[in-house]
Design a protein around this ligand. Sequence first.
Ligand code: MRU
Length: 366
Amino acid sequence: MRFDSDAVRPPISRAPLSGAAYSAVEYDPDDDTVVMLDQRLLPTRIEYLRYTKPDEVAEAIRTMVVRGAPAIGIAAAYGMAQLAAQESGDAAMFLVANGVAGRVLSEARPTAVNLAWAVARMARCAAGAAKLSPAERRATMLAEAEAIHREDVAACRAMGALGALEVPDGATILTHCNAGALATGGYGTALGVIRAAREAGKRVRVLADETRPYLQGARLTAWELAADGIDVEVITDSMAAHFFQRGAIQFVVVGSDRIAANGDVANKIGTYGVAVLAHAHGVPFTVAAPWSTVDLRTPTGAEIPIEERSRDEVARIGNTVLVPDGVGCRHPAFDVTPARLVDAVYTERGVFRPARGETPSALARR
Ligand code: MRU
């Protein structure tokens, strides 16, 4: 499957910052809109939506138009840049409006710390820019949001190169959820490791967990990798144990939504089970994440807030009802993999190995 690059290109007049043929999120400076690829429609429809207000951007984050920890942080940053373009009041009014928008955006989803991180960085920028003219404020805030976007793509490439060194040539790699270009500024974290391994000349094949209930693996990871010509097959989540038992998986790489100070890793629901399986079968379980995912203020995974999403996302697929009316469903959207099961975390600052007792703090000063 190769897609038509004209069909997937974001409809903005300048070159997208993603560096990919498509983008999860971009900013159109011509009309100060935030432009997002509607990931709810993939893989069957490619449609970009335009958002004109930070409240709308928050709603797009809540409803999964855009998802993936770094991508929702970038979307929020652009939402705050957009506010600066619209708010022509004095410094005090600007800061109040900025504070309100920041709160709405950072509350849109609770687990991925990249969202709160990006909002806090934009708030610091706003504090410095408040006394400037409205035109200068807009330019300063947009430059900061674009820096967040560009730095994320660079971070993905840096961690990808580090992770690729550890991918065995000829490996079949299991990944869970979607930690690709669609989940980041571009290139991807876990899929960045896979892309970098391939770019380094390694032969790799991918097994993508479908990732119930939202099917990010089946819909998004498979779409991205197939478009890049990377050999990918989708399995249901319950098949992973079978493939581990048969020795068919040599390496696991996933992304993360928050990494606690002790090296515990929150990621898409089902990741913990994959880590337990990898450990039981002696297969390296690795994580790729930008430094913005590391939360040194959260001591362990037990303190990471786990988002509970709606019953409907479990009880239905599209219009098909899977669960009898009146029967409840549980839907924690993330789980926590304890540090002792995490063989390596690749970041743009370097690698740490939680299973060997290494924590992120060793890299914090870089
Ligand atoms: O609910 P989602 O789709 O936002 O969850 C995404 C994940 O869990 C990803 O694995 C994580 O954000 C890392 S993305 C680089």
